[in-house]
Design a protein around this ligand. Structure first.
Ligand code: GBH
Length: 428
């Protein structure tokens, strides 16, 4: 789960998503996250339910808006709140996995230029120091950034996400470099506090899938996944971030003008301990008469979900990890994977057969990848609870637990909750 999507707003400074939510039409269903799931007050119940589910790791994010006030002065609210939450996770025998940035940037930072300003690097360094000081004895697994593809590519270019401002290609390259530098500083700070902790960096993508078994097609799908968009304007890409981080160089044409001597070495020294992958879907490709890659636009009825971009394509949990492992040779964790469907609450029950099918079919693919010796260390379903789905609002549901927004945010176990519980019990 992520802070903004579940917590509710109590006692924190404003973030760019608060601001975006106030703009008319920015959130499709007109909802906002001021209460969301009220995880802020109900975390004990939710952690208990996740223990009942049988998972081992509890992934959550810290909101920087609970560590800094609207002027950027340090506050203790986040330290207190998250210490209680982490203690509760530990008491239930679960391992906390903490993301430091899942999109809720304090407004005062965005006013100074957000990720395009070098100040962002010192901000994240300081934030990590605070987290290291207060949490490194409790948390041994951290993720620095969740999906730069989204907070840069969608927030700064496509603009469906906060802060929904436009930046030039040069500025985008600078922002990318700042993200990587900030990651590297956070990595170093966290490792200094506890050399045994693991630190990751999470990416998302739409996996190009070969429609049939053909070596040339497979190769072209792989190239497609790591290719740079032709018009050079789309930062919804993988290699822009991971090539510098893992291999130590920027793809051609992506050298930022704020690159200083030693930066690339420093960034590569903070290579993530494993790669986090948020994999939801894929796009089928085939070859035309000239052996060129062409998209197959055909969509089966049973592949559709409640979100236009999210087709049920379980092969993405086979080919995605395979392609990443073969290129970057790092251990992998599927940090997110999940289905979005309309749910009906009937006499306290939710028969979400589509979500059950989504889950079981994707896990079958993942099993195949593991059998093929792809180094997969973990799988996290997105998400435990229905929550605030960003620009889509509260009406798009991903949870294994139904949240009744009309009746006091009551939680109900969906059929998928029991299905997943059963899978976990018998997973070997
Ligand atoms: C994740 O992002 C987020 O980490 C999580 O917070 C979120 O709730 C979850 O997924 C479910 O969406 O077809 O080009 O318009 C996934 C990123 C962002 C992927 C929007 C699909 C639309 C791409 N998603 N994106 S496009």
């Amino acid at each position: 789960m992520s802070s903004y999507q579940v917590e509710g707003a109590f006692g924190r400074s404003p973030s760019i998503w608060d601001e975006l939510s106030q703009r008319k039409g920015a959130i499709k269903d007109g909802s906002d996250a001021s209460l969301a799931d009220d995880f802020y007050h109900r975390y004990k119940e939710d952690i208990r339910l996740s223990k009942e589910l049988g998972i081992q790791d509890f992934r959550l994010s810290f909101s920087p808006t609970r560590f800094f006030d609207e002027n950027g002065n340090e506050t203790v609210e986040g330290i207190h709140f998250y210490q209680e939450v982490i203690q509760e996770i530990l008491r239930n025998g679960l391992r906390p996995v903490v993301t430091l940035y899942h999109w809720d940037l304090p407004c005062y930072l965005e006013k100074k230029g957000g990720f395009t300003s070098p100040e962002i690097v010192s901000f994240f360094t300081r934030y990590a120091e605070i987290v290291a000081e207060h949490f490194s004895s409790l948390v041994s697994s951290f993720i620095t950034f969740n999906e730069p593809q989204c907070f840069l590519g969608i927030g700064y270019q496509r603009r469906d996400h906060a802060p929904s401002t436009y930046h030039t290609f040069e500025e985008m390259k600078r922002a990318t470099h700042h993200v990587l530098l900030a990651h590297a500083h956070m990595y170093q700070v966290l490792k200094r506090a506890n050399p045994h902790c693991e630190v990751s960096f999470v990416n998302t993508m739409n996996v190009p899938l070969p429609i049939k078994d053909n070596p040339l097609l497979l190769e072209k799908c792989r190239q497609k996944l790591f290719s740079i968009p032709k018009d050079e304007t789309d930062f919804y890409s993988i290699s822009i971030y991971l090539d510098p981080l893992v291999k130590g160089y920027y793809p051609e044409g992506f050298l930022p003008d704020n690159l200083k001597e030693g930066d690339l070495e420093f960034i590569q020294k903070s290579r993530p301990d494993y790669l986090g992958l948020n994999i939801y879907t894929g796009t089928y490709f085939t070859l035309d008469e000239k052996n060129q890659l062409v998209e197959s636009s055909h969509v089966e009825k049973e592949e559709e979900s409640d979100l236009f971009w999210l087709k049920r394509r379980p092969g993405s949990l086979y080919y995605g990890p395979k392609f990443f492992y073969e290129r970057y040779r790092l251990p992998l964790v599927i940090t997110e994977n999940g289905g979005c469907y309309r749910d009906n609450l009937e006499e306290g029950q939710i028969h979400d057969a589509k979500r059950v099918l989504y889950l079981t079919s994707y896990l079958d693919s993942l099993k195949k990848a593991i059998e093929d010796h792809i180094d997969i260390r973990g799988y996290y379903y997105w998400s435990l609870l229905d929550n605030f789905e960003w620009a889509e609002g509260l009406s798009k549901r991903f949870g294994l637990l139904y949240v009744d927004y009309k009746d006091n945010l009551k939680r109900y176990r969906k059929d998928s909750f029991y299905a997943y519980q059963n899978i976990i019990k018998h997973w070997n």
